[in-house]
Design a protein around this ligand. Structure first.
Ligand code: 6PG
Length: 313
């Protein structure tokens, strides 16, 4: 079938390739003319036969909003828009309502698989009306991995991105658990080869997984990850998972801690630990470390740490 695909970055570009391999006709639009098949959303819409399906694969938030707004002006009744980005599930409801006023269908689709999806297939979590999902089904079938799993019609509009949001919360906690275990193994100096311990875990263990496989892959590239800074960004879904948990009074200690660990990774120094240190010093005379010591033992003020005997209270 024909598909209009908006956004040809790492995800969209690979999806176009996988769909074309499966025999579908993909008309891609991107702001970068080097990768685009057409020069505008208007040209993309004009190129497709009705009823059209247009898949939006651009960053969540304002770029997705602007694209869906413009498509709402260009598309016709009976057409369907799919948002395959990492949008917040509550945005889906607004988008579906706006398009429904023009009899344009809307499907939200959480997509997992990263850069590996082109060859391995993408896991798809969809929300929307069954009739709209049915119009896109040949595309879902081509994108998903082979085998019975990898696609779900999770519920009404918003359910797809809600499922993907929780998936990403789980992803945060799993990554954090592997990372913590790795740091302890490296720090303890008990096992002789941490990477080989991880590699051995890939078969037979309770904790084998694709993320574990990727950890081994990363260590094969750089055994002790010395080329990396311990710094991790987040794109929103971990935060939204924690916010949803608060809305429903569901305790998520592991996922929340893994989100907060990323925040901590962005600090060169910890303002809150300055206060903890100050309070220990105030009530117990416990030693503190001067702010400039981390710059080196010769730095000005590096010798202001109180004597060891002060740290006894
Ligand atoms: O399932 C996936 O393929 C991933 O979950 C992916 O969709 C994720 O959004 C990004 O890899 C980064 O997410 P963070 O920036 O929040 O870590």
């Amino acid at each position: 079938m024909q598909l209009g695909l908006v956004g040809l970055g790492k995800m969209g570009g690979n999806m176009r390739e996988r769909l074309r391999r499966a025999g579908h006709t993909v008309v891609g639009y991107d702001r970068n003319p080097d990768v685009a098949d057409v020069h505008s959303l208007g040209e993309l819409v004009d190129t497709l036969a009705e009823p059209r399906v247009v898949w939006v694969m651009v960053p969540a938030g304002a770029p997705t909003q602007a694209t869906i707004d413009e498509l709402g002006e260009l598309l016709s009744p009976g057409d369907v828009v799919v948002d395959g980005g990492n949008s917040r599930w509550t945005d889906d409801i607004k988008h579906a309502e706006a398009l429904a006023g023009k009899n344009i269908g809307f499907v939200d689709c959480g997509v997992s698989g990263g850069v590996w999806g082109r060859d391995n297939g993408y896991a798809l979590m969809c929300g929307g009306d069954a009739a709209d999902i049915a119009k896109v089904q040949p595309i879902f079938d081509a994108l998903k991995p082979e085998g019975p799993a990898g696609f779900v019609h999770a519920g009404k509009v918003g359910a797809g991105h809600f499922a993907k949001m929780v998936h990403n919360g789980i992803e945060y906690a799993l990554m954090q658990a592997y990372a913590e275990g790795w740091e302890l193994l490296e720090a303890a100096d008990v096992v002789t080869d941490v990477r080989e311990v991880f590699r051995s875990w890939q078969e037979g263990t309770v904790i084998r997984s694709w993320l574990l496989d990727l950890a081994v892959r990363a260590m094969d590239d750089d055994e002790h990850l010395e080329g990396l800074r311990g710094y991790a960004e987040d794109s929103g879904e971990g935060r939204w998972t924690v916010e949803a948990a608060i809305d429903h009074a569901v305790p998520l200690p592991a996922i929340t801690a893994s989100l907060f660990a990323r925040f901590a990774s962005r600090q060169d120094d910890s303002p809150q630990m300055k206060m903890v240190a100050a309070l220990r010093n105030q009530f117990g005379g416990h030693a503190v470390t001067a702010a400039s010591t981390h710059k080196g033992a010769d730095a000005p003020g590096a010798d202001v740490t109180p004597p060891k005997e002060a740290d006894a209270g």
